[in-house]
Write a protein that binds this ligand. Sequence first.
Ligand SMILES: Nc1ncnc2c1ncn2[C@@H]1O[C@H](COP(=O)(O)OP(=O)(O)OP(=O)(O)O)[C@@H](O)[C@H]1O
Length: 365
Amino acid sequence: MERKNYPIGAEYYTLLQEIGHGSSSTVFRAICKPLLDTVAIKVLDFDKNDFDHTAQEAQTMILVDHPNLQMAHCSFVADHYLWIVMPFMAAGSCLHIMKTAFPHGYKEAVIATILRGILRGLEYMHHHGDIHRDVKAGNILVDSNGAITLSDFGVSVSLFHAGDRHSESSFAGTPCWMAPEVILEKNYGYNFKADIWSFGITALELAHGHAPFSEFPASTVLHMTLQRASPGLDQKGDKKFSKSFREMIAMCLMKDPRQRPSAQHLLKHSFFKKARSNDYIARTILKGLPTVGDRATEIILRKDQSTLNVSAWKFNVRDLKTRASQLPDYEASTSGKDQVVVHQRERLEVTTEIRSESEEHNTRT
Ligand SMILES: Nc1ncnc2c1ncn2[C@@H]1O[C@H](COP(=O)(O)OP(=O)(O)OP(=O)(O)O)[C@@H](O)[C@H]1O
């Protein structure tokens, strides 16, 4: 597809409306005046973001060339801000749509269609040596025709390029979607299989309307991910889902990353035979939906950030791990198969932590 030349400079754009808010940015619907084109502009404050990270995110978005990865038209610096100009995904994120119209999750054919798109995007990224590291419904965007893209490369890393964000920031992502080996940061190294775990959690998120353990505070989620059996489609209401969906999720949520399939392999799973066209998404989930701008305005007016909270947790693993590592016998290891064994002393610490965080949580709510 031929790319248009989008002008560089804030003066060529008019910001119309805030449509999204992340932990590190604000996203606006805007008009590119010379091209008379509606775009989305992600504005990142250099005072609040690391310069290298933000520049890298913009560069990744400009370079990606896959229909299921969110590309950027251009980026530039204006005052203290980095502006990333992107195609406008009029329906917003799958999380927003779900919270607005499908609070208990989507039906299976919709999920298969969304996930197949994301898996194709991941296959492309992994093939090029990139790991996304923040796969979740809040980072899946939908346009008015039902096209699906994986967005937000803010914490993605390249396995090939030296001096990138890999070494510097191994802890990345959002707690509920974070793979056990990422939390442990040991045993297996840290590779593209972490995206497959997050992909499996995203499948559960789309099925239930929320990610597993999302009702708990961040550090509790971390420990539950390590200590409990992998989540799956096994609740009462899950009977409506097929065996192939159940199996596909179970494959993604193997605690040992070596046992998880690659994106390429997973695409061949029978579950994805249920996937339909973009048009199906447009007809099924977008019909009658308020625009992303109206939904964002409503959230802002209600001052209700609940649709963003869990997804936006950027939890401080480093602090948590530092605290845990100060214990004399802090040690976590895998049993070789699916089980992560966490030593007794840490369990005690976790219990105390869960208790105090739950109390804090209850006071807040
Ligand atoms: N191209 C786009 N078109 C329409 N809406 C968008 C677009 N890009 C982002 N958004 C909206 O803005 C929200 C925030 O964007 P994004 O996730 O990129 O920000 P972030 O600051 O990196 O968030 P995070 O908290 O995940 O780090 C998205 O969830 C989505 O609702």
